[in-house]
Design a binder for this molecule. Sequence first.
Ligand code: TYD
Ligand code: MG
Length: 455
Amino acid sequence: MAKARTYYFCQECGYQSSSWIGRCPECGKWNTFVEEVVKASSPKPSKEGSYGKAVPKRIQEVTYSETERIPTHCAEFDRVLGGGIVPGSLLLLGGEPGIGKSTLLLQTALAITDRRLLYVSGEESEQQIRMRADRIGIHADNCFVVSETVTQRIFEHIDAVQPDLLVVDSIQTVVTEDVDSPAGSVSQIRQCTTEFQHYAKTTGVPVLLIGHITKDGTLAGPKVMEHIVDAVLQFEGDRNYGFRILRALKNRFGSTSEIGIFEMRGSGLAEVSNPSSLLLSHHDEELSGTAVAATVQGARPMFVEVQSLVSSAVYGTPQRNANGFDMRRMNMLLAVLEKRCGFKLGAKDVFLNMAGGLRVSDPALDLAVACSILSSNVDMPISPRYCFAAELGLSGEVRPVSRIENRVGEAARLGFERIFISKYDLRNLEQNKYNIQIIGVSVIEEAFRNLFENN
Ligand code: TYD
Ligand code: MG
């Protein structure tokens, strides 16, 4: 008879303690400890390890084949994964409720028509999954669905179906009989993930797990999972807009700088292969406070419209708000503009917004953000045919950014007339190769003079 013991686990980071404590010594969070009962007989890996007896080999003797990856038939998803799903890998897809995680993975499962798939849902009934599949509009013969929450029974279904790919929606709803605590608790999540990892590594069948995210944007509980899984993907976006970004926070088999862009439609998620055309609002009239940033996500250029509004503060303390951009970075840029360039922004309300509701992080956004703020401040528009790509330093200097050829090339291709970059980037650029006027600036005032004083 297995002996059960009570432990206390930090629900944030999974730290284990034999008594209740108020503040987690590991992650420093308060009031996160919850009592969980763990049976002493939790399966331990055998002495031989879970992969059988291993013999050290020379690294050159180890063979693998790239073609083994399972393509998802979705270019955006493949891009984030680094070219398809690696056999035997364990993936975690995180995201806020309602963002479209179940839709993305069901759609992917339905699209992989040349393999057997098993979609296990602990959240929805089989009828609900069928309704969703009908909505997506793909009819696949080899996709099996089952509504189940106990891992032991999930493995029975796996034995019966013998899938080539397994999807589990979501890890917070599945439980193992080996642990007595409720679904979603740290010890359940850890144990269930380990079981799926063991299954994936021993059979070579990739497993995709869905995980929920807490209000503050971290994966609930599964902090403990992040170490176990091979890749952590995050699905994000503003629910009021249709765009969704898929990015890899960790990827053992690919880059973490690539992003995939989707649009939520009435019939599921559609791939967005040319994001710039969607993210730029197509107005011809010149409006003050907008500037276009030439950003690069992974290897792909993406043009984003930055909008800002600067107005005199009505209340004593000026309001600052940034949507889709780091607030601290905005405050830093405001301080630079104030201190180095003498713009009196300290008593102004400043609101910043990235068009389309997308959150993009690229240092090259700085110059566009600064110029859009200045444009709104002096109430003079910047031509929609101009774009910007440079970082700003604390002394107001305009600094070079990576992949400048990509940015300039794409700007020329999209028909922009003028691009503002750092003077130091000019050296690395064959200027007459591009059909666009390239302005290299070394300090922010130069950009300001070029934009607002010449015309
Ligand atoms: P869902 O995949 O259930 O989100 P999650 O699993 O992350 O909680 O998707 C939820 C939203 O997506 C829901 O509010 C409705 C919307 N949706 C569409 O707009 N079109 C569709 O075809 C589908 C299936 C969902
Ligand atoms: Mg769901």
